[in-house]
Design a protein around this ligand. Structure first.
Ligand code: ADP
Ligand code: ZN
Length: 601
């Protein structure tokens, strides 16, 4: 089989090999087993069911949660020369009739429907009269309360097995927790499913996490400016921050659009559309933004604050680099964010679970360690490499405190000396040896830890306290923000555990990092004619707009990069370039060749 599937992959998609677990998932579908496939965002889930749909008789029915995504997928398939359609509420009566006719005539290899639509009796009756190759439940984690996008309509999908007992169901998701997997199997009533759990790690993403200064606007603007002409998403926690940051960027001449649930529906739709269609490259958003975004060439994601959990972080950063090309993820965090989550989560009945998740993320932020390893570990996967080469820690951008145990002990014992009754600011003042009223009044100038860190700046001391909090050695009481030791904090005092503490970045180091980052980015573009690349991008946008489809539906960035490097001289030379299958070669070969000929002169 792998030969046939491989041939199809090259012929239609223009890909020469499978990504991890694609082949296994395809085989399981062709062999007629229920299947659960878990691959990270950008892992290439769609091909896993689209290729077998082509190889098997009948029509595959794909249940997908969002109408906008459905339409993009169908457009994408049509561009590849694969017959696909969807049913959704935005279609007119005539359009729906046409789809129905093509279905009845057995012309469609794939049919996309929303779960709501499938729940309509008429829809299932229609399907019962057809030859169905299999069902696909995409974004299957929506069925579970444990997932982060629970959707009530998904709960009813159990009817598929009841009413189509002879059809296999294949579930796809990017969410890795075992609770979610169990829910998917149970609620969809899958029978002895084959499960393929791909590596959650995204090697093409580079993670960097830095403490935020104030509102962090300058830091965010700096990142955005480092990515001229590249698509990016900036995530904020609050709507107000979105509005202000978006305005700030506009003021500095950087075109962008805001997106959050407080904007009128029409504005939101328009802004998302502008981003998806590549009319605008930057979107500033709350987490309300994302599910409907299929733009595969997002080159950077910035978190202007700590997201809700590691799952959220993984999903939000996962929107970067879906095309497999390098992309950067930046996060600017602060203990303030953790406090905000404490406040937000206080109302929830799942408060404890949510706060445990928030604390783990806080730890991820404040603990200098390999980010890729940490994320894999969180999802109970082993990370094989010693140095990932793609995070601030492994790239040597983080300098460590040489004697972290000693420093940690000094700070923790100061917290004990002030009887665990004071906040971080006061503790920092005592360590710094500031002789101010509040300190003298409590007699804290007489403590053995008074002035023990006299040489350091207060900012430095605050940063160390922050890291001890994030790593769970200290805790902050909710109401008065007083610091106290945790059990593991006491183990540091007795020398049984050692914190890992990062030094604040000094200016020279920052410059050096910027230099090295630039050099790395230079390597990425080596041998690629960037002028030609821009011209090819323009052509792609023109074709996409004329057709009313997102640009990636025509060609992905990687295809354009390969074209700008190889500069094929003829249609025949274009064969074998990544992402150019037979149909696309016929459709677009000439148009792009003309650009290459023109620019290469
Ligand atoms: P997911 O749904 O898992 O997030 P997609 O199915 O959208 O991922 O695929 C992500 C990107 O990877 C797409 O641009 C797709 O064309 C590309 N892709 C998928 N499979 C392969 C492959 N075998 N080789 C190269 N690129 C692939
Ligand atoms: Zn690393």
């Amino acid at each position: 089989m792998s030969l046939t599937a491989k041939k199809i992959l090259a012929q239609y998609w223009g890909f020469t090999s499978f990504r991890p677990f694609q082949e296994e998932a395809i085989r399981s579908i062709l062999d007629d087993h229920d299947t659960v496939t878990l691959l990270p965002t950008g892992g290439g889930k769609s091909v896993c069911f689209q290729a077998p749909a082509l190889l098997m008789p009948g029509t595959a029915v794909v249940i997908s949660p969002l109408i906008s995504l459905m339409k993009d997928q169908v457009d994408f398939l049509k561009e590849l020369g694969i017959s696909a359609e969807c049913f959704n509420s935005s279609q007119g009566v005539r359009e729906q009739r046409q789809v129905r006719e093509r279905l009845a005539a057995g012309e469609l290899k794939l049919l996309y429907v929303s779960p709501e639509r499938l729940m309509m009796e008429g829809m299932r009756e229609l399907l019962r009269g057809l030859r169905i190759s299999f069902f696909v439940v995409d974004e299957a984690h929506c069925i579970s309360h444990w997932g982060h996008d629970f959707r009530a309509e998904y709960r009813q999908l159990g009817v598929i097995k009841d009413e189509f007992p002879n059809c296999r169901i294949h579930a796809f998701t990017a969410t890795a927790t075992s609770e979610v997997q169990q829910d998917i199997i149970r609620l969809l009533k899958l029978e002895e499913p084959h499960c393929y759990i791909g590596p959650i790690d995204r090697p093409n993403l580079t993670y960097r996490v830095l403490p935020r200064k104030g509102r962090g606007f300058d830091q965010v603007v700096d990142i955005v400016q480092k990515h001229p002409k590249e698509p990016g998403i900036v995530y904020c926690l609050r709507r107000d921050d979105v509005d202000r940051l978006s305005a700030e960027l506009t003021e500095r001449g950087i075109e962008n659009r805001p997106y959050h649930a407080g904007l009128p529906d029409e504005t939101r739709r328009r802004n998302q559309e502008a981003f998806s269609s590549e009319a605008v490259d930057i979107i500033v958003a709350t987490i309300a933004f994302g599910m409907g975004v299929d733009r595969s060439n997002i080159r950077y994601v910035v978190h202007a604050a700590m997201p809700k959990s590691i799952e959220h972080y993984q999903q939000e950063t996962g929107r970067a680099g879906r095309d497999g090309l390098p992309a950067e993820c930046w996060m600017f965090y602060s203990g303030q964010d953790y406090k905000l989550w404490e406040f937000i989560n206080a109302q929830s009945s799942q408060r404890e679970v949510l706060m445990r998740k928030a604390l783990l993320l806080y730890q991820f932020c404040s603990q200098p360690t390999c980010r890729h390893r940490f994320l894999s570990g969180y999802f109970a996967q082993e990370y094989g490499r010693e140095n990932c080469g793609a995070c601030d820690y492994c790239l040597g951008e983080v300098e460590l405190v040489p004697e972290p145990l000693e420093l940690g002990q000094k700070i923790l014992s100061c917290v004990v000396r002030v009887k665990e009754k004071f906040g971080a600011d006061h503790v920092a003042d005592v360590l710094k040896g500031v002789s101010k009223d509040s300190i003298i009044r409590w007699g804290h100038d007489g403590l053995s830890t008074f002035g023990i860190l006299r040489e350091e700046t207060k900012q430095y001391i605050r940063y160390m306290i922050e890291q001890l909090l994030g790593q769970g050695f200290l805790q902050r009481e909710e109401q008065f923000q007083t610091l106290s030791l945790t059990d593991s904090g006491r183990l540091v005092l007795s020398g049984e555990r050692e914190p890992i503490l990062a030094l604040p970045l000094v200016r020279e180091k920052k410059k050096e990092i910027a230099r090295r980052r630039k050099a790395l980015r230079g390597q990425e573009w080596e041998g690629i004619d960037t002028g030609l690349y821009d011209a090819l991008r323009e052509k792609r946008l023109e074709l996409a707009q004329a057709k009313g489809v997102p640009a990636y539906v025509i060609f992905g960035d990687r295809t354009l990069r390969e074209l700008a490097q190889a500069k094929p001289a003829s249609i025949a030379d274009m064969e074998g370039i990544y992402g150019i299958g037979e149909v696309k070669l016929k459709k677009y070969g000439k148009a792009f060749l003309a650009v290459i000929n023109r620019e290469a002169l």
